[in-house]
Design a protein around this ligand. Structure first.
Ligand SMILES: C[S@@+](CC[C@H](N)C(=O)[O-])C[C@H]1O[C@@H](n2cnc3c(N)ncnc32)[C@H](O)[C@@H]1O
Length: 255
């Protein structure tokens, strides 16, 4: 069977070449604005992370699955000490090129969040983890490793997809689509099981997993986190946004 993590890593390299929204680094102007203006960090497509989520938490930040020269660059502009762990070579290269252009230091680590994180216990004050666990089949490791590498009182901020998105075929979700919106997949959607059932997994979608609220929020609590706050978000470019919120983000604290 295909090594799905490796496949997704190559897919993100390809998406980075193709200009996927989450791979376009901040411009010099955005970086300069980040130094003084409001810090506009994203865990989900549209709504920024409330500033009270990270204000006063400390300077050492892990950008988990966060390469691409976006959140890491904006945080660096504000003087945070940032480490990015990402499994895409090109996403890390984009991160490096922004750091070279703007002249700041950032630690870049090529790594897979389904495996033990290559950091000491209690290395970070907080973790920012934009929507990415839809590319991971089992979330247990990412929650327990996030807990381990945070200091006590530290925070995990994570964005994830509303599973409802995975009930429909991609082509039906386009804003211009006129096909009936018919439920195609049962939840939780699992790209590897779909492949076993005969679906061809292409580099346009990769291996994706919808998860459940039990494995998302319940999984964080099982790892030891206390849930503190949550918001929902949407994506105006998706047809389903007329009917439902499409993303969630939550703040979890290591007591
Ligand atoms: C939506 S993008 C988020 C990156 C974005 N530039 C940001 O603002 O943080 C999802 C990221 O998850 C990364 N990713 C996917 N699977 C991963 C894994 N198993 N381990 C680490 N990173 C992974 C991808 O390489 C991609 O950069």
């Amino acid at each position: 069977m295909t090594d799905y993590v490796d496949f997704n890593s190559q897919m993100w390299d390809k998406w980075s070449e193709g200009g996927n929204t989450w791979t376009i680094p901040v411009t010099h102007e955005e970086f300069m604005r980040g130094k003084t203006g409001d810090l506009r960090l994203l865990l989900t497509p549209q709504k920024p992370v409330p500033q009270e989520w990270y204000r006063g938490l400390g300077k050492k930040v892990l950008g988990l699955a966060s390469g691409g020269g976006q959140q890491g660059a904006l945080l660096s502009a504000r003087g945070y000490e940032v480490t990015i762990l990402d499994n895409s070579r090109r996403q890390l290269a984009a991160e490096k090129s922004v750091a070279a252009r703007e002249g700041y230091r950032i630690d870049l680590v090529k790594g897979d969040m389904t495996q033990p994180f290559p950091f000491e216990d209690e290395s970070f004050d907080w973790i920012i983890n934009p929507v990415s666990n839809c590319y991971v089949e089992d979330l247990t490791n990412m929650w327990s490793e996030s807990f381990r590498v945070l200091r006590r009182g530290g925070a995990l901020m994570t964005g994830f997809t509303n599973p409802i998105l995975y009930m429909f075929a991609d082509e039906d979700l386009d804003l211009q689509a006129r096909t009936p919106l018919t439920c195609k997949y049962s939840l939780p959607y699992n790209g590897r099981q779909r492949e076993v059932a005969g679906k061809k997994i292409s580099m346009d979608e990769g291996y994706q997993f919808s998860h459940t609220l039990e494995t998302q929020l319940g999984g964080q609590m099982r790892a030891g986190f206390l849930l503190k706050a949550l918001y929902e978000d949407t994506d105006d470019s998706c047809r389903l946004s007329k009917y439902s919120s499409l993303y969630l983000a939550n703040l979890a604290i290591k007591p």
